[in-house]
Design a protein around this ligand. Sequence first.
Ligand code: ARG
Length: 457
Amino acid sequence: MSRFSSPQDPLFQALNSSVAYDYRLAPYDLEQSSAHARMLARANVLSAEELAEIERGLSTIREEIDSDSFVVAPDDEDIHMAIERRLIELVGALGGKLHTARSRNDQVATDVAMFVRAHSLSAIELVHDLMATLVDLAERHHDWAMPGYTHLQRAQPVYLSHHLLAYFWKLRRDADRFRQAMTAAGELPLGSGALAGVTFETDREGLARELAFARVSANSIDAVSNRDFVLDYLAAAATCATHLSQLGAEVVLWSSEEFGFCQLPDSFASGSSIMPQKKNPDAAELLRAKAPRVLGHLAALHGVLHGLPLAYNKDLQEDKEHLFDAVDTIELSLRVARELLRGLSFDRERMADKAADEFLAATDVADVLVRRGVPFREAHGLVASLVRRAVESGRTLSELSQAEVAELAPQLSEDGLGELLASGAFIESKVSEGGTALARVEEQLEHARTALREAKP
Ligand code: ARG
């Protein structure tokens, strides 16, 4: 018997149906359903025989799903209805008892929370792997000098290890954000019913324990309308994707002919359809381009949720494609980033050559003047005049004559710039904590190794 006198219009079905994508919630739905069935048996809603029958049906469905032989019927609106329909086919009318004390509203919220929890953990693991790769690369290149940039203009020399470790700390914060999403998804919605709770005595604490939720939701109306944990996951993923896009962008630059700092592994490069000499950094470019897509999913879900009256609304079905695509995008990107980094080979000489650019010592020269009592602003101006003289006459700083130095910056006249500009001196001068001097980088590497051990998922 149905409330309706005519069948659904196929156009409406096409809009309404989510089974094509929420199919991937099936493992969580089955796990939830068997815990729910056991709870119903404890509450004497199901007899021991009925529970055994239902568990048998659910495990048959699990096998069908695992072997890709589960058949979705045309009227299955979503995976929850598909599983229930199949259960009734397998165990008869008894299958219809499984929906006692449960609505699709608390059911779907529970599945999605389980999915977010599982994939937050995958993200933490993948982020951790990438952090380990960065530490490894930093160790292997700990004393390789390179130019550091601001505004993409050569600024001051740094060690490659220092630069790579910058990504390590960004990723460590990403792992914290995914951990936070996992905590947020740790509240059990099941037992909230459609919105108001259910009329049966349900052992929600027991369900939470069985399904590994840390606690049960406090308010049934909140529970069925809550997708905050999806927002938290998407926010974590968007920030992480942004970091990977920065990394991708740098690999694109560094592997270019112009920079020539590194060579891409052949296994992560592509050729051009017309220019035989090309080795293109497509993998790095795509890492760069994925971030807005993940951010788009976050913005879209905020759009879905904003202004939504409580409690459940079908709008909430729109959480899934945003979540699933973000999960697939970030997990693939993290895997690619790790392999791409592992395969890079850096050109030590080329980087050292650019890092030895004497203009990168300008701040250090100003600091020498400061030590001789010149206020920094003034010192900055004096060094700027030395730089200008050199640039205008096509020379380097050390090519300025003693007389020119004495004329423009008299405080430097006795010893000139010689010692300061000697190779290495102005990279090793950055001795502040977290700075690029080698001893500080070694210290940072030690901190990174400790952080890596502590963050082990
Ligand atoms: N497919 C729906 C979703 O993903 C399941 C919940 C449907 N509930 C309902 N009352 N129509 O949100």
